[in-house]
Design a protein around this ligand. Structure first.
Ligand code: ATP
Length: 326
């Protein structure tokens, strides 16, 4: 018999579509297993401020389809201090909460690892970030929805790019990871994709663009990950535009539309599976692990490993963008 009788759930760091589906799954899985479940508002800051309330089955009705997070998210500086974490622990004890499910990215899991060790407190993580940059899972919650948002936007830009034979540099999110740029580049038929994992070869890019225009390509789209070492789409467009005044260069930065919107079916299903598995793992007395999906199976990765390792871009996909855009 597990000693866990009551679980808290929070969302932390950048929000991602599908977080609500994960919250719903955690709440319903707890209730199904006769556990009490508490929602913590605004991530770790809500733990410190005691902004916690008990959730019931109908607290999560009608949320599976909405973006954002009903629990709200925040970046808490106070949780990075020992005093802040002491306050958080006291509030959990006062409410008899025995374990936590945290939904977020690597910062969230770093905080969870430290807190779990300091107070011997069971925590299981669910990867929620549009960047898909976490080791130990093929997909993070929100990535698929963001991917579809980017592709839809690029399709629209392609229409106007074609009408005017323009060269567009489109910047997508992903901080220092190029997953979103690479996949959306493939799905939208981008002429080139620039990612932080690979140094931008300007000679190659120019050669490629010139060839394209010589062949009368009616438009060219280059997707740029925001963390690319050149410094984003504006800087690259500036350089290319100065060196090639013959190109009609434009820049679009997609920005926060990539975080919003109703989650895709894939994100809803993944989030539901991960939410249920997180509760089952805690009932099985597991702790300090991240739930993930590998080859469409649920897997567990210790926080230490998930945080220590860097997920690699698939080099075959990168190569493919070059082959398919000739
Ligand atoms: P995203 O990938 O979307 O940015 P994230 O989880 O990485 O999500 P962060 O802002 O880096 O987002 O981290 C979320 C929260 O985790 C921080 O606001 C802080 O409260 C906590 N946290 C991060 N690093 C630490 C740390 N070293 N010690 C304690 N808490 C931390």
């Amino acid at each position: 018999m597990s000693s866990i009788k009551s679980i808290g759930v929070l969302t932390s760091g950048g929000d991602a579509p599908g977080m609500n589906a994960a919250i719903r799954a955690v709440v319903r899985a707890c209730i199904y297993n006769d556990l009490r479940v508490f929602g913590v508002m605004r991530g770790y800051q809500g733990l410190i401020d005691n902004d916690i309330e008990e959730l019931h089955s109908n607290s999560v009705s009608n949320i599976i389809q909405s973006g954002g997070t009903i629990l709200k998210s925040a970046r808490s500086m106070e949780f990075k201090t020992q005093e802040g974490r002491e306050k958080a622990y006291d509030n959990l004890r006062k409410r008899d909460i025995d374990a936590l499910v945290v939904i977020g990215g690597d910062g969230t899991f770093t905080g969870a690892r430290i807190f779990g060790q300091e107070h011997n407190f069971p925590i299981v993580g669910i990867p929620g970030t549009i960047d898909n940059d976490l080791y130990g899972t093929d997909y993070t919650i929100g990535y698929d929805t963001a991917l579809n948002t980017v592709v839809e936007a690029v399709d629209k830009i392609r229409d106007t790019a074609t009408a005017h034979s323009r060269l567009f540099f489109i910047e997508v999110m992903g901080r220092d990871a190029g997953f979103l740029a690479l996949r959306s580049g493939i799905a939208s038929g981008a002429e080139a994709v620039l990612v932080p994992e690979v140094r931008t070869d300007f000679d190659q890019l120019e050669h490629f663009l010139q060839n394209g225009f010589k062949k009368n390509k009616t438009s060219s789209i280059v997707l740029v990950a925001e963390g690319d070492e050149i410094g984003g789409a504006i800087k690259i467009a500036d350089k290319v535009g100065k060196e090639h005044p013959e190109y009609d260069v434009r820049v679009t930065i997609l920005g926060h539309i990539q975080r919003g919107g109703s989650p895709s079916a894939f994100d809803r299903v993944s989030a539901s599976r991960m939410g249920l598995s997180a509760v089952e793992a805690l009932m099985d007395d597991q702790k300090s692990i991240m739930i993930g999906l590998a080859n469409n199976q649920i897997v567990h990765t210790p926080f230490n490993q998930a945080l220590k390792n860097k997920k690699a871009l698939n080099p075959q996909l990168l190569e493919m963008t070059k082959i398919l855009s000739i």
